[in-house]
Design a protein around this ligand. Structure first.
Ligand code: GLN
Length: 539
């Protein structure tokens, strides 16, 4: 069977939550027993988000195969069982790049190369890439209807219906229905205009998802139906919620999945959402809370740590706890004393990052956690900072550093190993995507994973310098995980500390609400123990 396609477009404004809507839809269709996948098409000209500022674009999400992608792919993996890849995120830049390459290679046999059909053909090929084996493929088109850049993508979408027919394609459009305080009512005009815009390029939506700050009643739905030419039952109210994991249930109440299956002429198997509901209930009724200090650069949106904060929420939910995020700017630690800034932390987490700003503060956070036996979790850059801290203050290697921050350091604890080895592949000098790691017996890592072979995703340039392994181990650093092929250090721990863990990889990318990541789960558990002990000694 060839896959059926659902296209999700957006109107009126950006940031209406199209990614979460697409992911929620995916969840619902999976709950009905269908095999689905979700892809994102972004009309901007960057080849991928890898080089874009996380403060502008949010987090860069890394897939198993090392694609640097839009953060919506993280939602797709967290909400559904799909595994995303290079073939799941496309930008106009990437599409143009392959068209222009083909043109240079003479692939168009002397024809004039045009947006229609050549670019749109390339987009359609990307719609279809890695789509086989799925019953339904959800395609999220980034941007807002009416954007110049988005036109070729919408044109390709229109052509898909012509090629595959109405039973095999479905158009869902997400719009905003704003509440006007002055008149005390919800306004449908922006939705009408947005759908009109879509229709002018040949796309009549089958479903409109109406985002609003309150539920949309029957009368208003009838009005939207009349003006947009969408049947009443397919006008879906998507009201604001406090918790993104509620959205699949909200859509289920509106029977969105039922309508989709009817339109795609697929059997409406019964819906299985028990586990999801249980998870949500636990998330919404925690028995207690735990404070986690996140020490990073927080000048911008917290979207730049999206997978990380979600992984903490998943792990806390597994313990029926609520996690309080204490966002600490690393520079404040440099300026203030760590014991003041980190006073309420039950656990300290130093996440990944790039660049020298705040490094000394992150190192001080690791010192504080080591000395006061506070659970410490260092991810990538955080692991590097903890190792540098140990080298300087325990192993006595004065001035120890990573060459990323100090090229002339007397002790290069982290350095560009791949560059020295002359390894450059798709990711250039960056180590990207999933790599295996072999875990030492009876380590904290072994207790966490309960197995000795794991695979985790990477995104970094600098590596632990093998020349310092012996010296640091002798001083009490436990090296409990290594890459089996190159013997690179992947996990560090501390002797005599209740919970101190640093990993070179990013476990947060693989955490899901129904499958919290074991490291995060263990970290939250240890932080809660620390909190209880702290409360007891304060009492
Ligand atoms: N900047 C460090 C490196 O490139 C860490 C990267 C990260 O934390 N993702 O190795």
């Amino acid at each position: 069977m060839t896959a059926k396609y659902i296209f999700v477009t957006g109107g009126v404004l950006s940031a209406l939550g199209k990614g979460i809507a697409a992911a929620s839809l995916g969840r619902l269709l999976e709950s009905r027993g269908y095999k689905i996948t979700i892809k994102k098409f972004d009309p901007y000209l960057n080849i991928d988000p890898g080089t874009m500022s996380p403060f502008q674009h949010g987090e860069v999400y890394v897939t198993d195969d090392g694609a640097e992608t839009d953060l919506d792919l993280g939602h797709y993996e967290r909400f559904t069982s799909t595994r995303t890849s290079q073939a799941h995120n496309w930008t106009a830049g990437k599409i143009y790049e392959s068209v222009l390459k083909k043109e240079r290679e003479g692939g168009y046999l002397g024809k004039t190369v045009q947006i229609i059909p050549h670019l749109t053909d390339e987009i359609k090929a990307a719609f279809r890439a890695a789509s086989e084996e799925n019953d339904i493929v959800i395609i999220e088109i980034g941007g807002t209807v009416g954007d110049i850049e988005g036109l070729p993508f919408l044109e390709a979408t229109r052509q898909m219906r012509l090629e595959l027919g109405t039973e095999n394609t479905l158009f869902a459009h997400l719009t905003l229905v704003p509440f006007m305080k002055t008149s005390g009512e919800l306004k449908t005009k922006p939705t009408q205009h947005s759908v009109k815009e879509l229709r002018s390029i040949g796309i009549q939506p089958d479903i409109v998802l109406c985002r609003s700050d309150r539920p949309i009643g029957k009368d208003l739905k009838a009005k939207i139906s009349l003006f947009t030419n969408v049947p009443l039952e397919a006008v879906i109210s998507a009201r604001d919620v406090d918790n993104i994991y509620e959205i699949p249930l909200l859509f289920a109440q509106e029977n969105l999945d039922g309508i989709i299956l009817k339109l795609l002429n697929l059997p409406a198997n019964s819906r299985k959402l028990t586990q999801w509901k249980g998870m949500l209930k636990r998330m919404q009724s925690p028995r207690d809370e735990v404070n986690i200090a996140l020490v990073g650069k927080y000048t911008g949106l917290q979207d730049s740590y999206l997978s990380l904060s979600q992984a903490l929420v998943h792990a806390a939910t597994a313990h029926s706890l609520k996690v309080n995020f204490v966002w600490v700017d690393a520079q404040d630690i440099e300026e203030g004393r760590p014991e003041v800034v980190l006073k309420d932390a039950d656990g300290i987490l130093v996440p990944g990052g790039f660049g020298v700003r705040g490094i000394e503060g992150k190192i001080q956070a690791a010192t504080h956690a080591r000395k006061h036996k506070i659970p410490f979790f260092g991810i990538c850059l955080g692991m590097q900072c903890a190792t540098i801290e140990f080298a300087r203050n325990v192993a006595g290697l004065e001035g120890a550093n990573s060459t990323e921050f100090d090229k002339r350091t007397p002790h290069k604890i982290f350095f560009k190993w791949r560059e020295l080895k002359g390894i450059t592949d798709l990711g250039g000098t960056m180590r990207l995507g999933q790599y295996p790691c072999r875990i030492e017996k009876e380590s904290l890592a072994h207790r966490i994973y309960e197995k000795r072979s794991i695979n985790e995703r990477h995104r970094h340039r600098f590596e632990f310098n093998p020349a310092y392994e012996q010296q640091l181990s002798q001083a009490g650093l436990i090296i409990s995980g290594k890459n089996p092929e190159h013997k690179l250090v992947e996990i560090i721990e501390l002797e005599g500390h209740p919970w101190f863990f640093g990993c070179q990889f990013h476990p947060e990318f693989k955490s899901k609400p129904l499958q919290p990541h074991p490291i995060f789960k263990s970290f939250i558990g240890a932080s809660y123990v620390h909190r209880t002990q702290r409360n007891r000694s304060n009492a």
